[in-house]
Design a protein around this ligand. Sequence first.
Ligand code: NAD
Ligand code: ZCW
Length: 310
Amino acid sequence: MATTIPTLKLNDGNSIPVIGFGTGTALSKRRQETPGFNKDLVEILKSAIKQGIRHIDGAQGYGNEEEIGVAIKESGVPRKELFITTKVRDIKDLPGAIDVSLEKLQLEFVDLYLIHQPREELADLKKAWLELEAIKKAGKAKSIGVSNHLHRHLEAILEVATIVPAVNQIEFHPYLQRAHNLVPWSKEHGIVTTSYNGLTPLRKGAGGPLDGPLKEIAKKHGVSENAVLIQWQIRQDVVPITTSSKPERIAEYLQGVGLKLSKEEVEEITSLAHMRVFSESSILNDRQPVTPVPSWFGLERSDINQEFPN
Ligand SMILES: NC(=O)c1ccc[n+]([C@@H]2O[C@H](COP(=O)([O-])OP(=O)(O)OC[C@H]3O[C@@H](n4cnc5c(N)ncnc54)[C@H](O)[C@@H]3O)[C@@H](O)[C@H]2O)c1
Ligand SMILES: OCCc1c[nH]c2ccccc12
């Protein structure tokens, strides 16, 4: 039976399903290895939707908006029940870019349109934001936001915005929670955080202090460790964007949505992970402070208590 996914309110009144299925990273690389239409991606998206996923995360840069469009059509789920995100890489011609994405997706509108990467030329970013506002006003995107934006980028946007970004999609997982304080900062500004690399403690971060506790908590609740990490994010109003090419993994993720972790279990993950800071994402690497805390696996030493405003 399909899992029913709850939603979170965005600052513009729209609602976002609390877990999203990504089509980047592994799934977009795969396309590059086998050029042409990626039928496997269509099939895994349909399986995800069949299992209950309603939120799909795409991007101009992933080169697979056509496949997402076909999966939506073939899923049989009404458009209004789905939440479709795409991201723009090339901000030079935003009105042109959204039209191309909508055509590839075979959609009249996307639910969320994000600027994929910030621009350090803040005047360009401000101009792009106002163009994104026009796209929302034209009805081509129900909500608008950004990805990989740090405080300085968001502050620049807020200087000119008449519409506050609804979302910032960033790398976020227990080992990164103190490398930047973007999650609480964004919450204060009404911006919802969606996350990628949320399963890092089980992947590149494996071997760290969370290994044992995650195993124990997962065993106690009869779920897999990825479900625990997904619920850990949802509990702090972060929307995990995760992915897999295996239907059985998607089922594991969905068990994380309704998982009833105790306050103590959530806090145990938070406090143990504070001992280590580790980023996979280059965009945040320059934000990592230095510290006397010893690192695991030769990773950067990090000052978990340092104020990190920018
Ligand atoms: N905005 C951006 O710049 C950006 C960057 C990266 C990813 N994304 C988006 O986020 C999506 C999610 O990507 P991600 O890689 O961050 O996802 P993620 O951290 O959730 O990892 C997903 C991977 O973890 C693996 N996995 C699941 N359970 C595991 C376990 N128990 N042990 C070991 N491995 C396990 C899966 O097989 C899958 O390959 C992407 O598809 C894309 O849509 C966006
Ligand atoms: O989202 C995955 C990483 C990423 C950031 N910016 C991009 C632009 C094009 C393709 C991938 C990316």
